[in-house]
Design a protein around this ligand. Structure first.
Ligand code: SF4
Length: 349
C-alpha cells in the first residue's frame, strides 16, 4: 500500500504592520502596535533571518483595509512610492534580490484585494491566503465581526472569486468556535466548494481553531472542543472536491493532530520560525514529535512550498520563480528543514 504523505511548511511571518481597519473580537492586532511598513533595510534584515533559520515560505502579512490609512500613506510617500500596491511590489523586489542566494517563496495574507490588484500581485507572489472564516449572519452581528466590515461574507466571497479569475493558487478556510452554528460551517464549506468548482484555484482549505487571546473582547470565550474540530474536518472532506487539501495547524492543535490526520487532514500547516515567544524552539520540538507519531501510524511527513504540486504542474506561478521551483524539485534528496533538524538532533546525542 502506498504511504500517505502529509505536508508541512517551515515559514517565517513578515508582519508589515498591525494597523487594521477592522476590530475582530478575537484578534490581538488592534491591541498591539508595529510601526507601519518596514524600510528596505529592515525588510532585508528580516528576510536574511528567515533564510538562515530555514524558512521556505515567507508569509507577508498585515492588517486589512489599510491602504488609505494616513500613517500608511505618509510612510509610502516617505519611501518615494506611490501607493500600497507599489509598496507590496517593493517587498517582492526585496525578496527577489536575496533569492540570488536563497530560496524564499512569498505568500500574501493581507486581506481583501480587488481584481486589478490581484492581477498585478500574482506576478510577484506565489499564493494568496484569505480565509472566508464564516458566512453566519449571527457571527457578523456578534463581538467577533461587528466592527469588521472586511469580514462581510459577500466582500470576502468577491475577493475569492477575483483570485480565481486571475488564477492565483489560494488558501481559504473557516474559523471554528466564534459563535457559528454547525449548519453555517456547512454553508461556509459549500460556498468555498462552489467557488472552486467555477475557478479551480482553491488549493487548500484551512480549518482554523479559535484561540482566545487575553485583552481581546473574546478573551474569555472557550476554544472549540477537539470533537468540533474533528467533526468539521469530516464535514469538509465530504463537501470539498478531492483535489482540495484540508489543512489544520498542528501547532495550534497538538493535542489532536493525529486524530485530525486520520479524519482527512493532509497538511499540518506552517511551522513558524520567528524568534518571538519561543516560537522557533516550539516549532522544532513539535515537528520532530509529530513526525515520529505520524511515522508510527504509517504516514510520511514531507516539506512543501506555498504552492501545491498541481498548480506547479499547471504553471500557475510567477515567471521569476520558475528556476527556483525547478531547483527545489530537481534535488534528488532535498535538504529539508526536518532533515537538518534530525541531523542536528542526532549529532547532539
Ligand atoms: S481583519 Fe485580521 S488583522 Fe484585522 S482585526 Fe480582524 S483578524 Fe485582526
Amino acid at each position: 500500500m502506498a504511504v500517505q504523505r502529509i505536508t508541512y511548511v517551515p515559514s517565517y511571518s513578515l508582519v508589515l504592520t498591525t494597523l487594521c481597519a477592522n476590530k475582530c473580537g478575537y484578534c490581538p492586532y488592534p491591541h498591539s502596535y508595529i510601526e507601519p511598513l518596514p524600510s528596505k533595510k529592515r525588510l532585508l534584515r528580516e528576510l536574511h533571518r528567515a533564510a538562515h533559520k530555514g524558512a521556505s515560505l515567507i508569509n507577508i502579512t498585515a492588517g486589512e483595509g489599510i491602504s488609505a490609512h494616513p500613517e500608511i500613506v505618509e510612510t509610502i510617500a516617505y519611501y518615494g512610492l506611490s501607493d500600497y500596491l507599489s509598496y507590496l511590489c517593493f517587498v517582492s523586489n526585496c525578496i527577489s534580490s536575496i533569492n540570488t542566494s536563497y530560496s524564499l517563496f512569498p505568500e500574501m495574507d493581507i486581506g481583501l484585494l480587488s481584481y486589478a490588484e490581484l492581477k498585478i500581485l500574482r506576478k510577484h507572489f506565489l499564493s494568496y491566503k484569505l480565509l472566508l472564516e464564516s458566512v453566519d449572519p449571527m457571527v457578523q452581528a456578534s463581538d467577533a465581526h461587528r466592527y469588521a466590515p472586511d469580514k462581510e461574507p459577500k466582500r470576502r466571497t468577491e475577493a475569492l472569486i477575483n483570485a480565481g479569475r486571475v488564477r492565483i493558487p489560494t488558501t481559504s478556510g473557516l474559523l471554528v468556535g466564534i459563535g457559528e452554528s454547525k449548519g453555517s460551517r456547512k454553508r461556509c464549506l459549500e460556498t468555498l466548494a462552489e467557488i472552486h468548482s467555477r475557478y479551480g484555484h482553491i488549493q487548500s482549505i484551512e480549518i482554523k481553531r479559535f484561540s482566545p487571546y487575553k485583552r481581546t473582547p473574546m478573551g474569555q470565550n472557550p476554544p472549540p472542543s477537539p470533537d468540533d474540530m474533528i467533526e468539521t474536518v469530516h464535514m469538509a472532506r465530504t463537501i470539498l472536491a478531492s483535489n482540495i487539501i484540508i489543512q489544520v495547524s498542528a501547532l495550534e492543535n497538538s493535542d489532536i493532530a493525529l486524530e485530525l490526520v486520520k479524519a482527512g487532514v493532509r497538511d499540518i500547516g506552517e511551522f513558524p520560525l520567528n524568534d518571538e515567544n519561543g516560537q522557533f524552539a516550539r516549532s522544532q520540538q513539535l515537528l520532530l514529535q509529530i513526525e515520529d507519531e505520524l511515522a508510527r501510524q504509517g504516514f510520511q511527513l514531507e516539506q512543501r512550498l506555498p504552492i501545491f504540486p498541481p498548480y506547479i504542474q499547471k504553471g500557475w506561478y510567477p515567471l521569476d520563480f520558475r528556476d527556483l521551483i525547478k531547483k527545489y524539485f530537481q534535488r534528488n534528496t532535498p535538504e529539508t528543514f526536518l532533515s537538518k533538524l534530525k541531523s542536528a538532533s542526532h549529532a547532539a546525542q
